[in-house]
Design a protein around this ligand. Structure first.
Ligand code: ADP
Length: 157
């Protein structure tokens, strides 16, 4: 059984994340979306809220599950018998950091490898922070996050 993990902050989930989820879900028998609990980034949405929003937008995809995790991703992957970590690459600026983390994770758990999906062109500008910024000014976020979570995202601001 091929199990993949897509880790991230998802603060909140965007169409860019959903695109990576839909594309990578085809590669695995099971895809676990892993929401990072201990986040130095000081998230706006609690981990429970971020998990709920992800569950809402992935409802129809039956082999995709959403969990939160704490601690090292390499350990979490081992616990879940996952051999592949999925990350998205938007621009060159993502690369240096991602390379380091991927090498580190492989060093800590040699059974695990990281694959990178390049962003779809229409979402290359999109990030959770852009969504938070626009929502904080009560701007229209309908192009950036799935319809079923718009109200919940706006309610935060
Ligand atoms: P993290 O704090 O771990 O980077 P994010 O929620 O910001 O968490 O991102 C999770 C993953 O999704 C990362 O691999 C990131 O590169 C990817 N990602 C974020 N936005 C996009 C996008 N618009 N297109 C493709 N990948 C994206």
């Amino acid at each position: 059984m091929r199990i993949g993990i897509y880790p991230g902050s998802f603060d909140p989930v965007t169409y860019g994340h959903l695109d990576i989820i839909l594309r990578s879900a085809k590669m695995f028998d099971r895809l676990i979306i892993a929401v990072l609990k201990n986040n130095a980034k000081n998230p706006v949405f609690t981990v429970e809220e971020r998990v709920e929003l992800l569950k809402k937008v992935t409802k129809g995809i039956d082999h995709v599950t959403v969990e939160s995790f704490d601690g090292l991703l390499a350990d979490f992957a081992k616990q879940r018998n996952a051999n592949t970590i999925v990350r998205g690459l938007r621009a060159v600026t993502d690369f240096e950091y991602e390379l380091q983390i991927a090498q580190l994770n492989h060093k800590m758990n040699s059974d695990v490898d990281t694959i990178f999906l390049t962003t779809s062109l229409e979402y290359s500008y999109l990030s959770s922070s852009v969504v938070r910024e626009i929502a904080s000014y009560h701007g229209d976020i309908s192009h950036f996050v799935p319809a079923e979570i718009i109200d919940a995202v706006q309610a935060k601001f």
